[in-house]
Design a protein around this ligand. Sequence first.
Ligand SMILES: [Fe+2]
Length: 612
Amino acid sequence: MTQTEYILGISAHFHDSAAALVQGDHILAAAQEERFTRKKADWGFPDQAIRYCLSQLPDGVSLDKVAYYEDPGLKVRRILETARETLPSGARLWPQIVETLKCLSRELPRQLEKVAGDAGRIVFVPHHRSHAASAFYPSPFENAAVLVLDGVGEYSTTTLWSGGPTGLFPTGEIRFPHSLGLFYSAFTQYCGFKVNSGEYKLMGLAPFGMPEFHKTIRDELIEISEDGSFTLNMDYFSFDRDLSTTSPLFEMLFNQPHRHETAAITPFHMNMAASAQAVLEEAVLALAKTALERSNSRNLCLAGGVALNCVANRRLHRDLAGLDALWIQPAAGDAGGALGAALEAARATAGPRAQPTGDSMAGGFLGPEYLDAEIQSVLDSAGLVYESIPDPADYAALVAEGLAAGQIVGHFHGRMEFGPRALGNRSILADPRGKDTLSRVNRSIKFREDWRPFAPIVLADQAATYFEEPTDSPYMLLVADLKSAFRGPVGVSEARAQGHHAPMQLQNAVTSQFAAVTHVDFSARLQTIDPATGSRAGRILHAFHTITGCPMVLNTSFNVRGEPIICTPKDAIDCFLNTHLDLLAIGGFLVRRSAQPDWVRQKIGRTRFAAD
Ligand SMILES: [Fe+2]
């Protein structure tokens, strides 16, 4: 078979299920199931994401193969071995294990066969190889070291690879239960956040604290060798035998119980977050150094959930000797495994990989898009008053004027993003200047914790004026520090010395000219955008810069707390009606809250949202 093979990749039955469609190295479509079912991190079989991907097959073409992102037999074996080894305490996990076994051994084969039409068309790609493929094949590198860091696949938790024209070759592996992903999740849960979604919060909490527990963690919890290989002291962790990630000894070591999710965040939790983050970074840095050495390359690709830790990524970018270029799969978590499995299966028959001319992720815009006629019909059905603005330049200027006037804008345009970040097509945008924006967006739209800053989209050619050592960051996976000229007079240490200790107090005390998008350490989770690519978010940003002189806007995902990012025009309108967005910029239309009839305005902001 040749490059014309069409292959569907699937990830499912763990968390964040997804599907992706490729032809050789070309990525036609990719989407997470949660966007369709509206169930955050949906782990079920991705029927709707598959249906969407198959809709992107050219007319008259049928699927050649289905690639699944792990080896279910091997995974079952690991689960059973762990259950046997951890008896009797591991018996607590048996009900969950029985469900998983039933799912992987009975439901999954039936589901895959139904999609493939024939069991002979199904390919199983090991979990970490899927991640590695998702990082290397779409990257702009002909050769690269690849580092995969996640919770666990079949047995692997950490793998090193060497990628070249003929494929991916393993250069190192660390196995369950020794896992950086599970190490970080343990601290996430201990500090009162949810495993598999609260890791961002732990990373965000770290700059508020000091790494006071660094030595204790290194001495007691994790042993890291010079080459980055590590072992966890399982006396302190219990994710292999319990629903809790940490054992009672963990609490005894730090002399504090788990924080309940509604309890106050104290300096202790901030220091724990800072310490866990520092240790994670040390391990990642050492592993990445080894990966480069073993592949004899100066390029590095990352995937696995830990690769979403953009602070650790910055550390690599800044401190990793021998690194020329870093590329991170934007769907670094298990959703990206669907894409990697498909690309790896394609590689098996497509022959040597051609020299890449750039990254092949299409900016991450691989999901569904909607015609203006479809959007208009939904607007009409909802009874909304809207303006139609056909000229793209006029459209961008009008949205930019709204932003400059302090309006918060829901922006919906083009194909939906693949991966956890909204990169402009399903984004809420706002003027980043002033703390007021942070609290307004948090309290009236996102309904999330006040202390968490948002991220900026910055004009690529302006980033160096405002940030130290910026680099291209199209996927919002790196942080950069705001230059001192734009910072307020008080840093986090001074704020502490002034008696501020709660996260919100510290956040209020530490200001900058772009306070809604900078953290207490003046870092920002940067997305750079080049308007020359023609994206509408880029046009809007360019117009905003022209009007205000400010080359960045706040960008946060278009959703409310606890919900997945929106997918359809109806989702956008529901979000507009349930929050306090001032302007909905959708397709070729502008929907102004102020222009709506009374019956619509009375509905706005009535919905209450569950905590995430
Ligand atoms: Fe994974």
